[in-house]
Design a protein around this ligand. Structure first.
Ligand SMILES: Cc1cc2nc3c(=O)[nH]c(=O)nc-3n(C[C@H](O)[C@H](O)[C@H](O)COP(=O)(O)OP(=O)(O)OC[C@H]3O[C@@H](n4cnc5c(N)ncnc54)[C@H](O)[C@@H]3O)c2cc1C
Length: 340
């Protein structure tokens, strides 16, 4: 059981900034995110796009903002459960909450702050017979531990940045047999990545199957072979230990709808005149996931909401203490030791 002061569901920009604000108040945080990387929409949808409305930054790349937010939060040593979706929240007799993920990791804290954005990013799955049988037995929609896949036959499907980035990674970094399968001959990924992948093919580090799709999966207990069919009707059977269909992610509120929270317009209703608390005492919602009159789904609004919510969380955790706001220019940033 992971124990902390605040469980943050969603490691997007608002969740990351929540760690910093909580740290200033000497509260420790642990973040959970369905995707194996931090940054939410900024990392998943537009890492290379400049953002122009972050105060103090006339222009900053989304990926760089995520890096900066992580650097700002790092003195407070947040914990992470990445690649797992928060599935259930249980209220305990001592009024604390236990948050359980789809991989059964349990987290306990007196406060939960939901910064789940548009919902958890779920993979777009291909339509293939027996797909679910091979999930986690050779078929995965995210690459979590690439270092464990050395000397394996790895196939990737997709034509976007994620598919090409991983195909390049495996072709360059490991002793794999690597294949990239794409249903068209045009790629959506960045031009440099497309040029790189064809160069790697020339160097025999990867085999590219264009105008092709995986149509069949085979293997007794685990994935062993895939059948690749091209648009002319030719089928190629190849040995494959791992197949990553990387067709992008779509956000879904999913389990959040079942937690007894008041929901309107696909978002969590909060008290914005006070502290962004939800209808369940001890649970707050900040960033794109919440709704109230006049709500704007902007990063800077989420930062403000997180700051206010954390102060209310402090009062719930320390009812006997008086909270006095101090400027960072006066108190500085006193980080935490690891595991302390
Ligand atoms: C193309 C594009 C351009 C944009 N440009 C701007 C801009 O210029 N300026 C601006 O201010 N905003 C912009 N936005 C909006 C901005 O990205 C969002 O306001 C911001 O990402 C919200 O941050 P967040 O932390 O609330 O949520 P998100 O960034 O959506 O992060 C939420 C995270 O929560 C996770 N999550 C959700 N549910 C669960 C669960 N049950 N378990 C585990 N994890 C979960 C998700 O996987 C996700 O990673 C843009 C958005 C897009 C798509």
């Amino acid at each position: 059981m992971i124990k902390t002061d605040i469980i943050i569901i969603g490691a997007g920009p608002v969740g990351l900034f929540t760690v910093f604000e909580a740290g200033l108040m000497k509260l420790r945080c642990h973040l959970i995110d369905t995707i194996p990387q931090i940054g939410g929409q900024l990392s998943e949808l537009y890492p290379k796009k400049p953002i122009y409305d972050i105060p103090g930054f006339p222009s900053i790349l989304a990926g760089k903002l995520v890096e900066n937010l992580m650097e700002q939060a790092s003195p407070f040593n947040p914990g992470f459960t990445l690649g797992e979706r928060a599935e259930k929240i249980v209220k305990n007799n001592d009024n604390s909450f236990t948050v359980i993920t789809d991989k059964n990791t349990e987290h306990n804290a007196p406060i939960v702050i939901i910064s789940g954005g548009l919902g958890s990013f779920e993979p777009r799955k291909p339509k293939i017979d027996n797909l679910s049988f091979y999930e986690d037995k050779g078929v995965n929609y995210m690459v979590k531990n690439p270092e464990n896949l050395n000397k394996k036959n790895v196939f990737i499907s997709g034509g976007g940045d994620s598919a090409l980035d991983w195909a390049i990674y495996f072709a360059e970094n490991s002793d794999n047999r690597v294949g990239l399968i794409h249903r068209s001959s045009n790629f959506r990924a960045h031009k440099e990545s497309v040029e790189k992948i064809f160069l790697l093919e020339k160097q025999n580090k990867i085999k590219i199957y264009l105008n092709s799709q995986v149509t069949k999966l085979k293997g007794e207990n685990n994935l062993n072979q895939i059948i690749i069919s091209d648009d002319s009707g030719n089928n190629t059977e190849v040995k494959s230990d791992h197949w990553f269909p990387l067709f992008g992610l779509i956000p879904r509120l999913g389990p959040i709808l079942n937690w007894g929270l008041k929901i309107e317009k696909n978002a969590i209703v909060v008290n914005n005149s006070l502290d962004y608390s939800t209808n369940i005492k001890g649970i707050f919602a900040v960033g794109d996931i919440n709704t109230y009159q006049g709500k704007l789904k902007l990063i800077l609004c989420g930062f403000h909401e997180a700051t206010v919510a954390v102060k209310a969380a402090y009062k719930l955790i320390n009812p006997e203490k008086k909270y006095v706001m101090k400027y960072t220019t006066i108190q500085g940033v006193q980080g935490f030791e690891k595991n302390n």
